[in-house]
Design a protein around this ligand. Structure first.
Ligand code: BDR
Ligand code: CA
Length: 309
């Protein structure tokens, strides 16, 4: 098996942290660069969290800071879910220092070094860094095998009735990525709802022995609040779904669809209008993950993260 050269752009973020653990424990992915934006909390915290999480795995992957605002406005944080520190109050050892440079430059440099059609680019937060990278050098899309995003919803949102948090935090950047002509696979809220974590599941996972990364992952799971949207029965685990797609798309049911961004300034801003039934007869610009084999997903997550140091 040849590992896929991979770039991960993220805003850790409790579920981003679990996603990084999954990616860095998976032999299918050769994670070459982690770039960070603000989003769930400010950039000072998201970078500190990315450094701590990557540091805990012992992997020497460069981490480069990027945008602390969207293309047109400030990010809005989500401390109610992720805590003031962005990682649910879970204390991790200080990680390695940031690598020098700016995320969009680092993404372009990594792509320039890569073979055509080889790199998997994963976005787990607002896609500001990715949009800046590709807007300034669109020819580098030829190095990309696939862009995989946790973003959007085909039904209702989680930050507004219409919009999902990542899409809403930089809708212009997401519109730019969707219009590049690249292959973009998206894990929406409707998909991530199937990666549902209950207190019973956490207790079952806690029976597994593991190293410091596994203990940190369990502490993060325990720190996450249950979701009102789901009657407080548990919470959806969003970002690891995008990583799981990059590892094994066979865990998912998926189809091609057209996705348009609502960029209006009113209550529908940030909505991803996803044409699941080809009503508009527009060319598909996304691969839409629709169903997830949750049993295999959680078994993989547990096996892999528990194998980390
Ligand atoms: C997305 O928003 C963030 O709060 C999570 O990290 C995830 O990327 C879910 O809407
Ligand atoms: Ca995220």
């Amino acid at each position: 098996m040849t590992a896929k050269p991979t770039i991960i752009d993220c805003d850790p973020g409790t579920d981003d942290a679990i996603a990084l653990f999954l990616a860095l424990s998976s032999p299918e992915l050769d994670v070459r660069l982690v770039t960070v934006a603000g989003g769930n909390v400010g950039l000072d915290r998201t970078t500190a969290n990315a450094r701590a999480v990557v540091g805990l795995t012992g992997r020497a992957v460069p981490i480069v800071a990027g945008a602390n605002r969207s293309l047109l406005a400030d990010f809005r944080a989500e401390t109610a879910v992720h805590g003031d520190d962005g990682i649910g109050g879970v204390v991790l050892p200080e990680g390695p220092p940031l690598a020098p440079g700016i995320a969009a430059d680092a993404i372009r440099e990594e792509l320039r070094r890569a073979a055509p059609g080889s790199v998997t680019v994963i976005g787990l937060g607002p896609v500001t860094n990715l949009a800046l990278a590709f807007a300034t050098e669109p020819a580098l899309l030829d190095r990309v095998a696939e862009i995989v995003l946790m973003s959007g919803a085909w039904t209702e949102g989680n930050i507004t009735p219409a919009a999902e948090f990542n899409a809403w935090n930089d809708p212009e950047a997401l519109a730019m990525l969707l219009n590049l002509g690249a292959r973009v696979a998206i894990a929406t809220l409707d998909l991530t709802a199937q990666a549902f974590v209950t207190p019973a599941l956490i207790e079952a996972m806690a029976r597994r022995e593991g190293g410091a990364c596994w203990r940190a992952a369990l502490a993060i799971f325990r720190a996450l609040p249950t979701s009102k949207r789901f009657g407080h029965r548990g919470f959806p685990l969003h970002d690891p779904c995008a990583i799981a797609w990059a590892i094994d798309p066979g865990l998912f049911g998926a189809k091609s669809a057209h996705c348009a961004m609502d960029l209006a300034s009113g209550p529908s801003r940030g909505r991803t209008v996803i044409d699941r039934w080809e009503r508009l007869k527009l060319p598909a610009n996304v691969t839409l993950m629709e169903t997830l084999d949750a049993g295999r997903f959680f078994a993989m997550l547990e096996d892999r993260v528990a194998s980390l140091p």
